[in-house]
Design a protein around this ligand. Sequence first.
Ligand code: GLU
Length: 466
Amino acid sequence: MSTVRTRFAPSPTGYLHVGGARTALFNWLYARHTGGTFILRIEDTDQARSTEQSVQAIFDALKWLDIDWDEGPFYQSDRLNLYNDYIDRLVAQGHAYYCTCTPDEIEAMRERARATGAKPRYDGTCREKGLPLSEGAVVRFKSPVMGTTVIEDVVKGHIVFANDELDDFVLRRSDGMPTYNFAAVVDDVSMEITTIIRGDDHIMNTPKQILLYQALGRPLPVFAHVPMVLGNDRTRMSKRHGATSVTAYRDMGLLPEAFINFLARLGWSYGDQEFFTRQELIEKFSLDRVGKSAGIFDAVKLNALNADHIQAARPADLVRHLKPFLESESWDTQDEAYIKGVIATLQTRSKTLKEMAMQARFYFETDVAYDEQAAKKFLKPNVLEPLKHLKEQLAALTTFDEKAIEQVFVQLMETFQIKLGKIAQPVRVALTGTSVSPGIFEIITVLGQARVVARLEKALGYIARH
Ligand code: GLU
């Protein structure tokens, strides 16, 4: 068992977006690759912005992607006592202090700094006062005023920050809630996280977090800051580039396997390989192959990967993913073996599950509606006799498989001296309502004897009436 421990720590302030899902995936893949542990932590200390609905949306998205966690979900809002214990320790050790400066005073400090061209910052008024805890006081970290803080980032390399760039940042707000930087470090320390993989929008937080690790006397984790996901015009991924919410891709008919393949390739590569199964990703994922340049969200590539994954999947594995699309049409999905058969005929023809469901319409509708032109062209009196014969022969079969069905057609062609082309289209229209479908023997086999006979019967009636 490896000692690698990673975590995904979303703030539940909206749905899970593409960048967040990629962060979750990289942490999960790394844990699975190393035989380590993956932890889910909900960072919900921003009470005004966190919602139960967002927590649910995050769970839904992770569930869809089949990203499972070994520990958690832990909620930061349940852990306030722990953060307070750490505050007491840091204050007692002289690493933190109470500050009673009012928001107006702080604004005035910032104003003064700006006036001299300096970076707006807290000026240290309460730093050496040794104030006791009081109502409404915040707790600040006593940042070193000299020296440097260095990040050794697996992706970004060696980054040096001058400590005088950092002010005495707040650890606990006046309402008693911990700040992100503080709560994240307490959690990462107490959950013994060894490897922190996250978006590089957090790089400015990292020196503060490193200083906190040092104040707590704890060894640093490995940091891997992954470049942001950009749209195809190289601006930050936004709604303009496609849906940003992960579950929107589920609803469009993407396969989770395709989506995680796509996410993995947003910032990670393995030679020229584009197609990866989940298992291959687990086997091949490593941090040294995470690139320095931003991942570009390419919707065309995503759709192509989706078609490839649909084609490569076993029909049995697609059933549960296709079912919701069939159910949204109110079709009967009880018979999973039937759905499996349907999928086998359509998986090379569908780019999305949604498209597959549309192509499957004729398999599920109890009464097939004819496309007017197709019916006019193919359901004509000259095929009445052959169709009748076909119906009778198919109805008489005791073994209804592709071989037996093909045999019936061979005899039919002989008896009526017609080519397959002449009879296949009328049969197709009779069975599907249209002139485009998977192979005729395949659809007959999948539809099954009862449906096929009933549909041929209906077509015979139609021809007789027209
Ligand atoms: N809650 C932070 C976020 O959602 C977590 C950042 C981190 O991984 O430390 O961005």
